[in-house]
Ligand binder design. Structure first.
Ligand code: KG4
Ligand code: ZN
Length: 362
């Protein structure tokens, strides 16, 4: 048994406050066991990146099939890491089983949702459906349970770019979002255009290290009076520039593009923190693994007098520990999810004000 698991047992909250979570929204098959919403007892992530690389992007049917093959071994490994036997009898080994219900690829989501419901029914414990984006917000809390609130979380993933003010677990308000492409999508499209490979974010990150960020001054969409973003113009500007200057190195383009994206992300994050009275900023989502974004968030956030939390790269990209954490708090705030609830591929994030407003009113 891991140190975390023994510590949790010694503290007397074994079984009662333990959540198993499954995450299969895209191309990672993941399972984790988390105590008390923040103690990661075990976390297993099986990436399908090599399967999809030859196609230059995630192929939904390939993803669903791989999830179907991997889900039981991945869950079994996560349970074993927590000292649990999926076939063992006796007392209920966990409090609840959570799964990502959306947003994501419908076939992929269904694998995790169906498996989670089966485990929940087998053990006679509640099922909790979790919004994937909500899960990403918990990355910082999982690694720093003493996080001081309110914080502004910059949630930058392959499909979404949001600025969320978080007042505590389950209490958040969306203050800004992208009007078009997500930041990760822009990284992926530009990388594909430059022939840097898949997945695009890490490829641009690596290429940018060897390039000059001042080589090209790409446009930064300002969207004044809001904390919103826009990245589709930047992507088009990159394509137009490279067509007109075929001699430019992809390293210089990658570095200049990355500088433009990080400028836009950090400017709005710091403005939102100042405007909402946040004491800190957190990064979340796959793009939060970006080296320049991390370095500059730390430097510029601290210079602005904010505490800055950068979850580890493994916690930024898709994993099930964040789903377990979100599920733990959701169960307490809203109770279990009905077993007839399905996958919700187009699930959005709550509209501004709704969650925080409700929490304040109650
Ligand atoms: O959160 P995530 O793992 O999955 C989604 O929920 O979308 O985010 C994936 C995105 C992809 O667009 C990927 O290219 C990007 O995160 N990404 C990065 C880096 N690592 C992953 N983008 C920039 N720099 C990175 N180092
Ligand atoms: Zn994600």
């Amino acid at each position: 048994m891991s140190e975390a698991a023994s510590a949790s047992q010694a503290a007397g909250h074994f079984a009662g406050r333990r959540v198993l979570a499954l995450e299969t929204s895209c191309d990672e098959t993941a399972a984790a066991v988390v105590d008390d919403g923040h103690v990661v007892v075990s976390s297993v992530v099986s990436s399908q990146v090599d399967l999809h690389a030859r196609y230059g992007g995630v192929v939904p049917e390939v993803a669903s099939r791989a999830h179907t093959e991997l889900i039981v071994p991945v869950v079994t490994e996560a349970l074993a890491g927590a000292g649990l036997d999926p076939h063992g009898g006796g007392e209920r080994p966990i409090e609840a089983v959570a799964a990502t219900v959306g947003p994501g690829l419908v076939g992929a989501l269904l694998v995790g949702v169906s498996a989670a419901k089966s485990y929940a029914m087998g053990w006679g414990v509640p099922f909790i459906g979790v919004n994937h984006l909500e899960g990403h917000l918990y990355a910082s809390l999982l690694e720093d349970p003493d996080l001081a609130y309110p914080v502004v979380v910059l949630l930058v993933s392959g499909g979404h770019t949001l600025l969320v003010r978080m007042d505590g677990p389950g209490r958040y308000e969306v203050v800004g979002r992208t009007k078009d492409d997500a930041a990760g999508e822009a990284f992926d499209k530009v990388a594909r255009y430059l022939g840097l490979g898949y997945p695009g974010g890490p490829a641009i990150d690596r290429a940018a290290e060897k390039g000059d960020p001042a080589a090209v001054s790409f446009p930064r969409a300002k969207l004044p009076g809001s904390f919103d973003f826009s990245f589709s113009g930047l992507k088009t500007a990159v394509v137009n520039y490279v067509r007109a200057h075929p001699e430019i190195s992809s390293e210089d383009v990658a570095a200049s593009f990355q500088r433009a994206v990080t400028d836009a992300l950090l400017e709005k994050t710091l403005e939102a923190a100042a405007a909402t009275g946040a004491v800190g900023i957190c990064l979340a989502g796959g793009v939060a693994a970006n080296s320049e974004l991390r370095r500059r968030a730390a430097e510029e956030g601290e210079a602005a007098g904010l505490s800055v939390f950068l979850p580890s790269r493994a916690m930024c990209t898709d994993n099930a520990a964040m789903i377990a954490s979100a599920g733990f708090f959701r169960l307490r705030a809203k109770g279990p999810t009905a077993l007839d609830a399905g996958a919700e591929p187009g699930l959005g994030f709550r509209e501004p004000g709704s969650t925080l407003g409700a929490a304040r009113a109650s």
